[in-house]
Design a protein around this ligand. Structure first.
Ligand code: DC
Length: 249
């Protein structure tokens, strides 16, 4: 997907004025970790930033969602960590770019649509709290990150997966702004879920993500906070580009 039309002239000027630094980001590749709550714009920002600076974007939430989809389809009881751990051997997750968009593949099936539905959304936090699942996915994320040139978003990227990441961004936003975004996203996909159901689901996930014992969502000490409540997509991108440029020195 070409997002050039999203780049207003102000930001375009920023990019043009950073041509040398963006070149540096390519020559001296770094890891950019973007963590934060659900639906505060992490994936969109990560995608936009990766495209502008020529990095690969990895949405680690999609990996947890793909595992959840597999477990639900196989009717594996999520409350039984031993059975869940056993099932992980049969799961292979890949990403492919199709028409400019990242698609998540589960055992060679394009599951991008399936993993975004409310059923997976309702169970994914429970699955993400299982240590065996985290170990399984963190290992794969670290392998992907060996090549650097990566923008990876999630909940524990700056704190656990890549504590040495050159740039860590922690995103947050007002819960009603987040709910409205998710609601519009779901409606656009044909969902009939109410605003209140979506808000309850977000709050429930925030609670589980922040209170689980293994790698809870927390802001790394050296992370830079972006509150996206009142920032446009372009403003967020602009800020992230400046931070990436600074990080590369
Ligand atoms: O970003 P998302 O809403 O697609 O994430 C789905 C779930 O996965 C969310 O409840 C938190 C969890 N997750 C996680 O625990 N660690 C990550 N690195 C990414 C996502």
């Amino acid at each position: 997907m070409n997002i050039n039309h999203l780049i207003p002239s102000g930001i375009r000027k920023v990019i043009e004025s950073y041509t040398t630094e963006i070149k540096k980001l390519k020559e001296r590749p770094i890891i950019i970790a973007i963590d934060g709550h659900s639906s505060c714009g992490k994936s969109t920002l990560s995608k936009d930033l990766a495209q502008i600076i020529g990095y690969r974007h990895i949405d680690t939430g999609a990996m947890y969602r793909a595992v959840t989809l597999y477990l639900l389809r196989q009717e594996i009881p999520l409350s039984d960590p031993t059975q869940v751990a056993g099932a992980l051997n049969d799961i292979r997750i890949d990403f492919q770019r199709i028409n400019g968009a990242n698609h998540t593949f589960l055992n060679d099936e394009d599951v991008e649509k399936h993993i975004r539905g409310l059923e997976v959304s309702s169970h994914v936090s429970e699955v993400a709290a299982i240590s065996a699942v985290r170990r399984f996915l963190v290992e794969q994320q670290r392998v992907i990150g060996q090549q650097k040139s990566i923008v990876m978003d999630g909940r524990d990227i700056g704190s656990v997966v890549f504590p040495e990441a050159e740039l860590k961004i922690f995103m947050t936003a007002d819960v009603d702004v987040r709910t409205q975004r998710r609601y519009e996203e779901m409606i656009a996909k044909g969902s009939k879920e109410s605003y209140d159901t979506i808000k309850a689901n977000l709050l429930h996930r925030d609670h589980i993500d922040s209170t689980r014992s293994d790698s809870p969502l927390l802001q790394a000490d050296d992370a830079i906070v972006i509150d996206s409540s009142t920032l446009s997509r372009q403003d967020q991108l602009n800020k992230a580009i400046e931070l990436a440029v600074k990080a590369v020195g």
